[in-house]
Design a protein around this ligand. Structure first.
Ligand code: AMP
Ligand code: MG
Length: 411
């Protein structure tokens, strides 16, 4: 029985099956400079108010706004407070304190007037503009109060999150172990990159593409080598991957005489959750579980492999890795040229998006189908055409999937 599902069904099957398995990766404690892309395994709270004091966000004068009812106001400057110091006395009525960005607001003051709106006059300062109470000040604890949760378990740690961890004094942090992803390309024609191929052979580009995608999705890739189209060897090589957290196969899932991946997986007792998705590229895609291990059988064509990873494996890896399921995000752009299709499939076509007069436009790149890595390298996105979009006119708003949604492109 083949089970072909729509794009949306495939996505929810992947999400539901992995969520239901409720797998938990071990937790490890890692120094902050090594956590980029990792998934937080603890709730992190603020160890102090953020900001820890009423913080000046402009260079100028700290003062009492009540003193500014008549402008210009002339105030006596009674001191100075740079960032990293504090002004211990209280600012009284008719007084001000010279203050720099990042310094704590002295007691008594309730705002900062920017230096640009002042003029020194002997030991006094002329204030030319009024300010509202607490203007140019960020109140103590307004970003987060002491003890509140600032990052929940399951957060993906990127540059901004890492900065926040540092701000609350977390020099090391509990993260989930990276999911180990075994990569197994298949095909008699596929040869290692280092080897000079015979004219009828193809270099193994999928394994390194997948490894890069896995790494950018927070996983740890492990190469199992290249499996030939032989049942016995394929079976042994798949068994090598059984201790991993996810197995990615490429090739051998179509209808050809030597497409043996599903047969061998079935022999090993695999359960299939779908065997084909109504998408292009990537129609023969397979998803299932063998013993405790989830696997994807990705079609061997390099563009299919790349796209099916982005559509299904990246979100799956997030979930396996302890984060939320992260389905692809589609953005919107206007079609530069009309487009027709009658395939009944959800299509992900290599395309380029650019901005013209403030609007994003998208156009297909020339490509020779799902084997064309040259074409996909020119693309910066995929134009998404849904099955009901048979005829699209120039100027229509359409869905676009960015080419790289990985960790590298987000920070
Ligand atoms: P298959 O899915 O096995 O029918 O393969 C589809 C196409 O993808 C064929 O033209 C293969 O030569 C090509 N292909 C399969 N595996 C790889 C690989 N690891 N690297 C590059 N191309 C591949
Ligand atoms: Mg093959």
């Amino acid at each position: 029985m083949t089970m072909v599902v729509t794009y949306e069904q495939a996505l929810s099957i992947v999400q539901e099956r992995i969520a239901a398995a409720n797998l938990r990766l071990p937790i490890e404690t890692v120094p902050l400079d090594q956590v980029r892309g990792r998934v937080l395994a603890e709730d992190v709270t603020a160890d102090r108010d953020l900001p820890p004091f009423h913080r000046a966000i402009r260079d100028g004068y700290a003062l009492r706004t009540a003193d500014l009812s008549i402008l210009p106001a002339v105030l006596r400057c009674v001191g100075e407070v740079p960032a990293g110091r504090s002004f211990e006395a209280e600012v009284g009525s008719g007084q001000c304190v010279s203050i720099m960005t990042g310094a704590p607001l002295p007691a008594g003051a309730d705002a900062v007037v920017m230096v640009e709106h002042t003029r020194p006059v002997d030991d006094h300062v002329e204030i030319q503009r009024s300010v509202r109470p607490w203007e140019n000040v960020v109140l103590q604890g307004s970003e987060a109060a002491l003890g509140t949760r600032i990052l929940p378990r399951g957060s993906r740690l990127q540059a901004a999150e890492i900065g926040l961890l540092a701000a609350v004094g977390k020099g090391t942090v509990a993260v989930c172990r990276q999911p180990r992803v075994a990569i197994l390309p298949t095909g008699d024609e596929v040869v290692p990159v280092e080897r000079r191929p015979q004219w009828f052979q193809i270099r193994n580009s999928n394994a390194v593409t997948l490894a890069a995608q896995v790494a950018s999705a927070g996983g740890a890739p492990a190469q199992l080598g290249i499996a030939p189209d032989r049942r016995d060897i394929l079976r042994e090589m798949i068994k090598q991957g059984l201790g991993s957290d996810l197995l990615l196969l490429s090739g051998g899932v179509s209808m050809g005489k030597f497409d043996l991946v599903e047969e061998v997986l079935a022999d090993l007792g695999a359960e299939f959750f779908f065997q084909g998705a109504a998408i292009r590229p990537g129609k023969p895609l397979v998803f299932g579980r063998v013993r405790d291990l989830f696997f994807f059988g990705l079609p061997g064509n390099p563009v299919s492999t790349f796209v099916t990873f982005e559509l299904f494996v990246r979100p799956a890896l997030a979930l396996l890795g302890g984060a939320e399921f992260e389905p692809p995000v589609f953005l919107r752009a206007r079609l530069a040229k009309p487009c027709r299709q009658k395939t009944g499939l959800t299509m992900f076509m290599p395309a380029r998006v650019w901005v013209q007069n403030g609007d994003p436009f998208v156009e297909l790149v020339g490509w020779q189908g799902s084997g064309d890595l040259v074409g996909i390298a020119v693309a910066n996105c995929f134009l998404v055409i849904h099955p009901d979009q048979i005829e699209l006119a120039a100027g229509d708003w359409v869905d676009v999937m960015p080419k790289g949604q990985g960790l590298g492109s987000r920070d």
